[in-house]
Design a protein around this ligand. Sequence first.
Ligand code: ADP
Length: 652
Amino acid sequence: MSILLRNISQSVTRSSGSWLTLLLLGVVLVPSICLFWFINQAVQNERFAVRQKLVEAYRTHLVLAQERVQTHWQKLADDIEEQEKKLPAPALFAHVLRLETAEAAVCFDAGGQVLYPSNAVTVVPEKVEPAWAEARSLENQNPAAAVTSYARLAAQNTGTNLAARALHAQARCLLRLGDKDAAIAVMENLLAGKRYGQATDTQGRLLLPNVELMLSELLKDTAPSAASAVRARLQARLLDYDGTVMSTPQRLFLMRELQKAAPEMPAFPPLAAEDLAAQWLAADDGQVRETAVKASLLPGVWQFAPAKGRIVTLHRTEKMLARLQKVISRPDLPADVRVDLFPPDSEAEGTLLSLPMESFMPGWKLTLSLQDQQLFETTTRQRISSYVWVGALVVVTVIILGLLVWGLVRRQIALTQLRNDLVANVTHELKTPLASMRLLVETLLNAPQLHEPTAREYLQLIEKENLRLSRLIDNFLTFSRIERNKSVFTFRKTSATGIAESAAAAVRDRFQTPGCQFEIGIPAGLPHINADSDALVTALVNLLDNAWKYSGETKHIVLSAAAKNGDVIFSVRDNGIGLSPRDTKQIFHRFYQVNQHLSPTGGGCGLGLSIVQFIVAAHHGTVDVESTPGHGSTFRLVVPVAGASLSPEPSS
Ligand code: ADP
């Protein structure tokens, strides 16, 4: 019955314990999860807020950069529009190149016809005079006669073109004759004549630049400095887009030839521009030209057409971006901020802010990004880490508090369980001896005559039950004191022999019954121990009582003591029912009782051994048991000999 009550109370307590554990887990976990969720939200909000702050701070910079780009194109458009009214097409072409805002330009007239660069050459048909025909025919047959004819023609002709052509032909014939010096002299004469500046050959090409190229070749070996002076003059002429009316093919041809002849001379910038313009013209399909930066049909080349499309400036992507980068990157921009331009259909990644470029650059984007992403990351990380720290601190605090509460509640549960067990056990264990005593007394009282031997036997039984009752109550009281931490021991240097003898004396009378052999092996002169002798005697008596209780009809109980390795070892051996290995581990727990049916004399309430353990622990000693089921048990109390000062230990 008592086991049943105890089992019920234990299982109720166990189930409420696991519910409590779950509840506490919930109490800790739910707020922790919520807190982490809030922290996560706060972190995201913080990132967003930091981003917004940076966007607000830098928006003005981006707007200003946008304005600067617009101004850049507006200025170019205004300038070209103004110059277009004043300058002829080649000069306008050269002007655009000088601005260094475009790689090339193409000029149109109002009707959309190409003005520059143009392959068209104006050839004025001329009537061939008989004297000219004769001189030309002599050129192959009799160059010397041709020289004379051409000299005469040069002297006769007052017209610039013809005189110049005659001198040119004269020099040509002299070269054919091998008279290099004479040819050079004629050429120098031709070049010296200021009036020949615009003279052209029959193909409409300017004569003087060709002569200069030829002369520089002739002088190259004999008079290098004169040759380079001629080349310098030719170079200046080729770069002069304003004065001379040189056709584009002739200019390009001469530029290339001059560069071949004198590779050491600096390159002609217009050469690349002329080439680019020619390529663009070849690819152009006459699409509508606008005052806006648009992709041309040439890959990697953008076109911009101000002055109502009469000028198309051409821009290579990388160069244009580099130029615009200079326009938008101003010293007033913070060092960590980068503003970039992105062409239409390109992806700008990792940017903080983006503005569409309007009017002059449709489809283009102006973006602002942080060169130093670290700044953004550091700013946010600092704030985020403070959130995380606070969160972690709160969670740790909640966990610690939870654990504390859990510990307290568990302790409370254990106490409640103890109380329940105690009540269940006390009620039952007290009732049994009281009932037997009442029965015996009633039997005696109801007997008409007292039969002395029977009366004595009954009184002895009553005494036995009484003793049992007293022991039970003693144990309950000791246990109660232990539980309330009230058990105060008084340690004194005590004879171990005396303690063992006192314990033996306490049980000797009871054990002197037929069927019980009680042996005592206590050597004299055991070392002294620091002990509360009453408490230690109680512990030994408990062990002896158990040996009695858990032995059969024929009992053999041995109480012995010995000194070993600085300890005094008390042992109580019996030949009783013994204990299984599993039970030997449990029997020192409060209220633990092995199946009571196995006890021949009926047991106590499962407190005796826990009291023994408590007392021994207070003496800094240990208690253990060796047992074989069916063959008896040996309990050993090991207590250190006196030497160290001992203080009572609190209950476990
Ligand atoms: P109880 O008051 O029941 O004797 P104890 O704490 O003294 O409580 O013992 C706990 C249990 O250990 C006992 O119920 C018994 O089953 C077992 N026990 C104790 N001493 C012995 C022993 N000498 N031989 C066999 N079993 C024992």
